[in-house]
Write a protein that binds this ligand. Structure first.
Ligand code: NAD
Length: 245
């Protein structure tokens, strides 16, 4: 029997990149997959939803729970980027990025919790970033949003452990997704910029979306009952290693 047979997983941002790889991997292991995304596609059962709109989030979660008869796992993965120092982003940009990256996860968790309480195998996995724990140049707003997700994960893990709901985070390094490709396309020399990003990785290559998805499944796996309040880095070693060549 597959690890996730009969379980229903809601995945935000499940139409692209890391979320799409997680959706495919959960489905391959027997899960019912419900994608909530701003731009859904037809790959899995999907509901169009902007996570910055509480009404839409509640509607999407209710639709998924009704369609599949409950919700066991939430993968809070939708996120957007931001470039700039504290002097360079407007208040409007700060509110927008925090609204999607942080409050989007709060809204989805709030809507899913009543369903998770009904599950024997409840788990939440939040996608954070190495930017939460390492100072990166020109990423003040994005890093603050992911640092908040890191802290939120710990607080939620504490709040819900007695209810049998595990809460963990996956912390990807630079992953080869449409997001990173969009950033590369904006640079003057995308091939040179890709080579620079790869050289920054101790492994010499970008993380794949499938590798991050595998970590998400590990954190959500009902077999890992003692795993809560953890942050699992999938970053090619960039967060912890100092390679002197
Ligand atoms: P992606 O752009 O390929 O996919 C993001 C998905 O989120 C898209 O399908 C998009 O439509 C959806 N989305 C965006 N805003 C939304 C909203 N308001 N409501 C609902 N859906 C929305 O990006 P990705 O690289 O797969 O990133 C996924 C997550 O991983 C993000 O939280 C990101 O911060 C995090 N992350 C990515 C990297 C990386 O290098 N790619 C590194 C660390 C962390």
């Amino acid at each position: 029997m597959h690890a996730f047979e009969g379980l229903t997983v809601v995945i935000s941002g499940g139409a692209s990149g890391i979320g799409a790889a997680a959706a495919d991997a959960f489905a391959a292991r027997g899960a019912n997959v419900a994608v909530v995304d701003l731009n859904p596609n037809e790959t899995h059962w999907s509901h169009r939803c902007d996570v910055s709109d509480d009404h839409q989030v509640r509607g999407a979660v209710a639709a998924a729970a009704e369609h599949f008869g409950g919700i066991d796992i939430l993968v809070n993965n939708a996120g957007i980027g931001a470039v700039g120092t504290v002097e360079e982003n407007s208040d409007k940009q700060w509110f927008r990025v925090l609204d999607v990256n942080l409050l989007g996860m709060v809204r989805l968790a709030r809507a899913c919790l009543p369903h998770l309480r009904e599950s024997e195998h409840a788990a939440i996995v939040n996608t954070t970033s190495i930017a939460a724990t390492a100072g990166l140049v020109g990423r003040a707003l994005y890093s603050a949003s992911k640092g908040a997700v890191h802290s939120l994960t710990l607080a939620m893990a504490a709040d819900h452990v007695a209810e049998g709901i595990r809460v963990n985070a996956v912390s990807p390094g630079t992953a080869d997704t449409p997001w990173v490709q969009r950033l590369l396309d904006q640079s003057e020399d995308p091939a040179a910029e890709r080579a620079r990003l790869e050289a920054r990785q101790p492994t010499g290559r970008l993380v794949s979306a499938e590798e991050v998805a595998a970590a998400i499944l590990y954190l959500a796996d009902p077999a890992n009952k003692s795993l809560t309040g953890a942050s699992l880095a999938v970053d090619g070693g960039v967060g912890g290693l100092r390679i002197v060549r």
